[in-house]
Design a protein around this ligand. Structure first.
Ligand code: AMP
Ligand code: MG
Length: 507
């Protein structure tokens, strides 16, 4: 019995060693700095193996950008890698501890279904977190099963990559594998694991967690770590915590302005879903707005509309306040003084946002320079769009293509009036009309991941285990600023069906 058991073990080891040897050809170069943070910040553990991993999608373009090569590895072994059934050499896998305000309420969280397998360093010495989402239970799973379903993982894959191609800072998606196991939600769903790539997974919630530990050394270590990783130019600043706060305020302001530009609604802007790097993270119930309505909410769990389109800047600021609170003990020895300084920094958000937003909207309608009536011109357009329920993306598309005559909705005296004013303002630009239209082309996507198109592709994948529609959509979304005939079908707004589109998270 003993010998038979041993030989089985030996066979298993040989089998795994062969896999490890082949997957080393992928070219991972792991470093594991997060492991060296103070103990309470993480737990070391491995992904829970899955029954029968199979590749659903692989992002070869991203692999290339990371300096990885899949060509000499079989699909079977790639599925082993991207399910976490076998870890590459040099990987030290961990789950990160963090906390967060969820819909305004503070909770201790952590990676309940994610495992960071290490930090890959590419040829240019850039560092990328490689994380599995859906890789089994961790000490932070609470009552969850640690798993994820195929639909939501493909959704994150499509939308995060779409954001990247829209030139918006974001985590990225390298692979999705199916696990050969079912996950039980309201119904039984196909289990899957997503490989997420991020410049780090440091969140506002990571700092909130560190702050609850009540150990200033841990907080200081975290500030140093975040500065080293994301803002190395601030390394020698006298007041590093304050400089970090200023940098994150700046980055997050830019990010939310970008979301507003393309009509992206994150849907669950809890503080655990806000990064220190300024990358968009955690694609749960997010969706793009079709008809322009500032109050748009898609998330089924956001009953109060806390994370509605128009509230996103307000919530960004709210989250930044929560970040600032964690840094109070490090900004100044005198708490009162420290709060004053932090408050002053946070208050800069309003003017930063207002100015940045106006400039962003200027570029959407091709305006250079600064005219005192610009704000009015922009607001009048938006209010006309709201009143007439026009499609957000297509309105700007038709303006920049000078095709408003093709749609009856623009045969409206209020719009015609606005259009005349806009043309007069364009003439005030010190640049050519061509430059104006080029500016618009850079800022107005011709195509976005329309919710109904995303759902259609996901349903098809789920029902037929066929990624054809996902792939087609993905190809379209790779060039969101290039007009071409193939995208016609993807530009159409949804046909109204009387139902409000709803998204679900955590599934
Ligand atoms: P999210 O809504 O994705 O930001 O997740 C909020 C928290 O719930 C995080 O701590 C997640 O790790 C955790 N979580 C979400 N889904 C699961 C799951 N299926 N099992 C365990 N933890 C989960
Ligand atoms: Mg999250």
């Amino acid at each position: 019995m003993g010998r038979r058991f041993e030989s089985f073990r030996a066979r298993q080891t040989r089998f795994m060693n062969a896999k490890i040897s082949e997957i080393s050809k992928i070219g991972w170069k792991f470093d594991n700095t997060y492991v060296h943070l103070p103990d309470p910040m993480l737990s070391q553990l491995s992904p829970v193996p899955v029954k029968s991993p199979k590749i659903a999608v692989l992002n070869e373009t991203l692999a290339n950008q990371l300096g990885l090569d899949f060509s000499s590895v079989s699909n079977e072994n790639l599925a082993y890698v991207f399910s976490g059934n076998v870890l590459p050499k040099g990987s030290k896998s961990i789950a990160q501890a963090y906390a967060g305000h969820q819909f305004g309420h503070f909770t201790i969280l952590g990676d309940g279904r994610a495992i960071l397998i290490g930090e890959h360093i590419n040829k240019n010495k850039k560092r990328f977190d490689i994380q599995f989402k859906g890789s089994g239970v961790t000490p932070y799973s609470r009552n969850g099963d640690g798993r994820a379903a195929l639909g939501p993982m493909l959704r994150e894959y499509i939308i995060s990559e779409a954001m990247f191609y829209l030139n918006i800072p974001t985590t990225r998606s390298l692979a999705v594998v199916t696990t050969g196991e079912n996950v039980i939600r309201e119904t039984s769903l196909i289990g899957a694991i997503l490989t997420r790539v991020a410049s780090s997974h440091l969140r506002v919630g990571t700092f909130q967690y560190a702050a609850t530990l009540g150990d200033l050394e841990i907080l200081k270590t975290l500030v140093d770590y975040a500065v080293d990783r994301h803002y190395p130019n601030l390394r020698d600043e006298k007041n590093k915590a304050l400089s970090l706060l200023e940098a994150v305020v700046q980055k997050q302001t830019e990010l939310v302005i970008n979301w507003m530009r393309v009509g992206f609604i994150h849907g669950v802007m809890n503080t655990d879903n806000m990064t220190i790097s300024g990358e968009t993270i955690d694609y749960g119930p997010c969706a793009f707005m079709d008809t322009y309505d500032p109050e748009t909410v898609f998330s089924s769990i956001d009953h109060q509309g806390r994370y509605a389109y128009i509230n996103q800047p307000i919530i960004t600021k709210w989250n930044l306040v929560k970040f600032a609170e964690t840094l109070i003990p490090l900004i100044h020895d005198n708490e009162k003084k420290s709060i004053e300084i932090a408050q002053e920094t946070i208050n800069k958000f309003d003017s930063l946002y207002q100015e940045g937003w106006t400039n962003m909207m200027r570029s959407k309608i091709g305006l250079f320079g600064n005219d005192k009536k610009d704000q009015n011109l922009i607001e009048n357009l938006l209010s006309w769009m709201k009143k007439n329920k026009t499609d957000y993306t297509n309105t700007f598309y038709l303006l920049m293509k000078e095709k408003t005559k093709e749609d009856k909705i623009f045969e409206n005296s209020e719009f015609i009036n606005w259009y005349k004013k806009w043309k007069i303002r364009l003439k005030k630009n010190k640049q050519t009309l061509e430059s104006s239209f080029n500016l618009m082309k850079k800022n107005n996507p011709v195509v976005i991941p329309r919710n109904y198109k995303v759902e259609e592709a996901l349903d098809f994948a789920n029902n037929n285990l066929d990624l054809k529609l996902v792939d087609n959509l993905f190809q379209v979304l790779k060039k969101p600023y290039t007009d071409r005939s193939e995208i016609k079908d993807y530009q159409k707004p949804p046909i109204p069906n009387g139902r409000t589109y709803k998204t679900y998270c955590g599934t």
